[in-house]
Write a protein that binds this ligand. Structure first.
Ligand SMILES: [Zn+2]
Length: 676
């Protein structure tokens, strides 16, 4: 058995006797303290033991304080915990036999050591009798499902009723979040001097330095004693050119082929070439049957084979299918067969080239790590060539030409497949890389409760934007200057409360992240390399673009879109709603909280990197507007009154999460699926 044990300053001596006693009986002990007679608060230890029992990490628990009342009251607040006070062995045994107690509470000032050990022994050896006691024990809990004998209104009322803790302090410090100060910060960060804050540029570094300097001025200590920055190793990559040779032929990028830029290999050296028809691996049509493509370059035709009536030989249907629509299924089939590369002979090469050209030439920024995960199923090198090039590839085979292959396929329902003799294909990619370091900026304010402060709420916004494009500075005042300065104001509010000894019980991490515009990179890095354990991260509140109105709300600015609030934790949603109802009263718009919504905003800002680790999130957002990612996203257009109100809502929600006795529970199966 694994047994949790804890006490306040009345119990350390008795506790160590019990620990020794239980260990001698072969039990494993989780001792949460306290270990000295210095004064402490009993709930801090009672909650820890109860958590361990409630979560099933321990089989049962022992709690000790002077009278046993305080620890019992605290423990019994936990769902699934049944804590019993005993002062003689018979009571300890009965608590188990009749009440299925799982925490034994001992009054250190009223029992001798011998009596206490006898009680522990009685409790350890007794077992629940079930039977008529079973139904009674079940009635102890107070979940709504059981309250059937209450009238409906009461049950409904309870579902909505979240008690809000420390309301006066919450109101006092929320009021420090003000439009004027937001304006002051944003007038700096969204000025031309910051050059649009693109990740990897001096402008972004300057913004990071400004934020860190502000944290310092608030009296927030560096999170590790030295710095506010978390280094994020990044790499920018840009394709400069590429060439392909085949026998005597030399082909060049764009004119003769295009490629998927995400490929890992930069060289394919003199590889054999295999023609695999349409590249389909399906039950009615399998181009890979008895074909060895291991380590070779596979050449396939675009589309799927169809008869004269346009019926697909693969599906016997007229409509499109996974093989006829785009190359993804063919890439996966080729990779599964062991191919080293795939060449798709495109019947509409011009269109494919047009679609890929901008993507190939673009500079991309990514996290620097050993393995770059690819979300698209495979990173098999994939090329697209016009039929003219396809004809050269097929010239010395029985397929003869692209047109001939297609005609045979249509008429006869089959196609010649096989290795091309005596020819080899090579490929060289010229890719420029630059390594650099970006930084997440962290303002960590420790909680005032010795135990709960191990847990934290993370509040985020991204300080990077898209920089200078075609000579024009994109200041990103709304995206996400508005969120960044709100985080600064939240930092001030929490820092003031902490300095006055009125700070939250749990810790709060105010983090502005880098690399969001490059693909949520800073938050991805943090969630892969968390400075504070994700297991102790209660929630993430993420703020991205809250300073403008969108078309749907052009006549009333007092609204905010909330995304994610009910996706993992019912309590988070209830707290958010209750805090808004009591203090802020903004219209909460859940339009984008729908997995069916085509905008997929749930996946488009930094909270996603917390949600994918099952940490409850809320994304605060006021929608897109005509200046989104344009040079006109400037500070003059920001509605600071509205921004401050949303900031206050974030504050109140965080305040509740930070101060409640119990951490919010994850109790909902997320209907937004996690991306690969
Ligand atoms: Zn943004």
């Amino acid at each position: 058995m694994k047994i949790a044990i804890g006490c306040d300053h009345a119990g350390p001596q008795l506790k160590s006797l019990i620990v020794k006693f239980l260990e001698e009986k072969g039990h494993e002990i989780e001792d949460v303290g306290t270990h000295t007679e210095d004064r402490v608060d009993y709930p801090d230890f009672a909650h820890q033991v109860s958590e361990l029992v409630a979560k099933g990490s321990c089989d049962w628990g022992v709690l000790i304080c002077g009278s046993a009342n305080g620890v019992a009251m605290s423990a019994n607040k936990h769902d699934g915990v049944r804590a019993a006070i005993a002062w003689k062995p018979e009571l300890a045994a009965l608590a188990k036999q009749h009440n299925d107690a799982n925490v034994l509470c001992l009054p250190a000032r009223f029992v001798s050591s011998e009596e206490a050990l006898d009680m522990v022994d009685a409790f350890a050896t007794a077992s629940f009798e079930g039977g008529r006691h079973e139904g009674r024990v079940k009635k102890i809990g107070w979940p709504l499902a059981m309250a059937g004998w209450l009238c409906g209104w009461a049950a409904l009322g309870m579902a909505q009723d979240v008690s809000l803790v420390y309301p006066e302090l919450a109101a006092k410090y929320a009021a420090t979040i003000q439009a004027e100060q937001l304006n002051q910060h944003l007038s700096v960060l969204a000025s031309d001097a910051y050059e649009g804050r693109e990740t990897g540029t001096a402008g972004a570094d300057k913004a990071a330095a400004y934020i860190a300097g502000y944290f310092r001025s608030l009296g927030i200590a560096p999170y590790d004693g030295e710095t506010y920055m978390q280094d994020v190793p990044l790499e920018s990559v840009q394709i400069q050119g590429a060439s392909m040779t085949y026998g005597e032929e030399a082909w060049s990028l764009y004119d003769d082929f295009v490629l998927y830029p995400g490929l890992k290999e930069e060289v394919l050296d003199s590889l054999p070439v295999v023609f695999a028809g349409f590249g389909i691996a399906d039950s009615l049509w399998n181009d890979y049957a008895e074909l060895d493509v291991e380590g070779k370059v596979v050449v396939v035709l675009s589309g799927d084979p169809r008869n004269a009536d346009r019926l697909s030989y693969v599906t016997n249907e007229l409509g499109p299918n996974q093989w006829s629509e785009g190359p993804e299924a063919k890439r996966i089939a080729a990779a599964a067969a062991g191919a080293a590369g795939l060449v798709v002979v495109e019947s509409q090469y011009g269109m494919t080239k047009g679609r890929l050209k901008g993507w190939i030439g673009r500079k991309s920024v990514r996290l620097q790590r050993e393995e770059t995960p690819n979300g698209e199923g495979t990173d098999l090198p994939t090329f697209f060539v016009p039929e003219r090039v396809g004809d050269v590839l097929l010239a010395d085979t029985k397929a003869k030409s692209v047109a001939k292959s297609r005609t045979t396929a249509q008429r006869k329902g089959r196609v010649w497949r096989g290795e091309v003799k005596d020819q080899r294909l090579s490929f060289v990619l010229d890719r420029a890389r630059r390594s650099f370091v970006g930084a997440n900026v962290l303002g960590y304010i420790p909680g005032r409760d010795s135990v709960l402060s191990r847990e934290l709420v993370v509040i985020t916004a991204h300080y990077d934007h898209v920089g200078i494009i075609d000579g024009e500075i994109h200041n990103g005042a709304d995206d996400d200057g508005s969120g960044t300065v709100t985080v600064l104001e939240l930092a001030e509010a929490f820092a003031m409360a902490a300095a006055a000894g009125e700070g939250p019980r749990r810790s709060v991490l105010l983090m502005t992240v880098v690399g969001e515009e490059k693909g949520l990179l800073g938050s991805e890095w943090y969630s892969d390399h968390p400075v504070f354990p994700l297991s102790r991260t209660v929630a993430n509140l993420n703020i991205d673009m809250i300073g403008r109105v969108d078309e749907q709300h052009s006549d009333d600015e007092r609204y905010v879109y909330l995304i994610g609030s009910d996706k993992l934790s019912t309590e988070l949603h209830q707290i958010s709603e209750a805090a808004n109802g009591k203090w802020v009263d903004l219209a909460l718009d859940y339009t984008y909280n729908d997995p069916e919504d085509p905008n997929r905003f749930y996946y488009r800002s930094d909270h996603y990197n917390f949600a994918k680790h099952k940490i409850p999130v809320i994304f605060y957002f006021s929608g897109v507007h005509e200046d989104y990612h344009k040079p006109g996203d400037d500070v003059e257009k920001i509605m600071f009154g509205k921004t401050a109100e949303i900031g206050q809502l974030v504050f109140h929600t965080a305040w509740q999460l930070l101060n409640r006795n119990e951490r919010i529970r994850v109790d909902v199966a997320n209907d937004f699926p996690t991306k690969n």
